[in-house]
Design a binder for this molecule. Structure first.
Ligand SMILES: [Zn+2]
Ligand SMILES: [Zn+2]
Length: 125
């Protein structure tokens, strides 16, 4: 979505009021997009909408936190994926999942063996 930032005509007053109102009522932080504000508001509400449905009962304020949880607990991610499959979230996850699996293979030992470089093997932390 292109931002109309070229020659803003203030006299016409047809700018998006919604855009100007993306201010957090709790900390007065401003956001360029409503989406960003919405995501930010969660921090104050204490709600954790990103639930891991992998059976561990954990919930997270942000999707990237849940993502980190899944990096540590791939079983959770696989189970969660099994539950949301067929939904919009499931579709998104599947794509990301497949993408990551592909990258994992590329950087995995099989690939390294194939490349056979003289570099020392580094174990991931
Ligand atoms: Zn805030
Ligand atoms: Zn989990």
């Amino acid at each position: 979505m292109p931002l109309p930032n070229s020659s803003p005509d203030e006299t016409e007053a047809d700018f998006d009021l919604d855009e100007l109102n993306n201010i957090c009522p709790s900390c007065a932080k401003t956001f360029a997009r409503k989406y960003d504000l919405k995501r930010h508001l969660v921090i104050h509400s204490g709600v954790r909408p990103y639930v891991c449905q992998g059976g561990c009962g954990e919930a997270f304020k942000r999707s990237d936190a849940r993502q980190r949880h899944w990096v540590k607990n791939p079983t959770c991610e696989a189970r969660h994926l099994g539950r949301v499959i067929g939904t919009q979230e499931g579709e998104r996850m599947l794509k990301r999942y497949a993408h990551r699996q592909a990258r994992r293979l590329e950087s995995g030992p099989e690939f390294k063996k194939h490349v056979k470089s003289s570099a020392k093997r580094e174990s991931p932390v």
